[in-house]
Design a protein around this ligand. Structure first.
Ligand SMILES: [Zn+2]
Ligand SMILES: [Zn+2]
Length: 247
């Protein structure tokens, strides 16, 4: 499968970089993971948005769903395509108000999931772990059925021990690393550089992508702090717009 990063900032877009949005492709199947600010315009650079097969949302914070509305209009206003199919958008059913908005006439269809579900979406088998975040949020473990390769996306979360098992042996682990190690507050809704790095080592990830990044000089600090812990044991990269990873 091929992962392409469309946007990776946490919170808000800035300096022409969008927020959480990732394209995952296997054979002819295209899954959009999160649909943050700038997702549609960056997706369009790569492929016709009408060729998407499904969308899945980790949670309903604005930096993860900002472009859902315009994606729905895009599909609705291309009637030559909506007659063929509606685009399924998978979201959690714990937040019903936001879940219901995933239905849009002649455009998109809401599809629910909860923590215990295991979904087969095209060539991907997806299981979930509810994370530590102020709203219902779900990490995703995505297995490509044909190859058994594994991508784990932590979604937005503070660190908690159950993540280690959930992330176990991922071929690619993509972690919310919004904080450098100077953030020592008692309650954190995102992981620090140290926490991401230790999660990758403890879960025996083969490759680590740091994402949900801040848009400032802390990036260099985060990268350095992660590198100190990882110590070249696995490959680590900061997320970048357009970065493609074959998994
Ligand atoms: Zn976020
Ligand atoms: Zn969030």
């Amino acid at each position: 499968m091929k992962l392409t990063i469309l946007g990776y900032l946490g919170g808000f877009p800035s300096h022409n970089i969008g927020t959480s949005s990732y394209l995952l492709e296997s054979a002819d199947f295209s899954l959009l993971i999160d649909c943050g600010s700038g997702a549609l315009i960056n997706l369009e650079k790569l492929k016709d948005p009408l060729s998407l097969d499904a969308v899945i949302l980790s949670h309903y914070h604005a930096d993860h769903i900002a472009d859902v509305g315009v994606l729905q209009y895009y599909w609705q206003l291309h009637p030559e395509h909506y007659k063929l199919k509606e685009l399924p958008i998978y979201g959690n059913t714990e937040d019903m108000d936001n879940f219901k908005k995933l239905d849009w006439p002649k455009s998109t269809q809401k599809m629910g999931f909860s923590a215990d579900d295991s979904l087969q979406i095209g060539p991907f088998e997806i299981s979930f772990l509810k994370t530590h975040h102020p709203v219902p949020t779900f990490a995703m473990r995505i297995v490509e059925t044909t190859t058994q390769k594994v991508l784990v996306f932590t979604a937005d979360t503070g660190y908690f021990d159950q993540l280690v098992d959930f992330c176990k042996d991922a071929d690619v682990l993509m972690t919310d690393t919004n904080f450098d190690n100077s953030n020592t507050s008692d309650v954190r809704w995102h992981m620090t550089a140290d926490e991401s790095a230790h999660l990758a080592l403890d879960s025996h990830a083969k490759r680590l992508i740091l994402t949900h990044l801040p848009d400032d000089q802390r990036l260099a600090k985060i990268k350095q702090e992660v590198a100190q812990v990882i110590n070249d044991q696995i490959r680590v990269q900061l997320a970048q717009e357009g970065l493609q990873i074959d998994i």
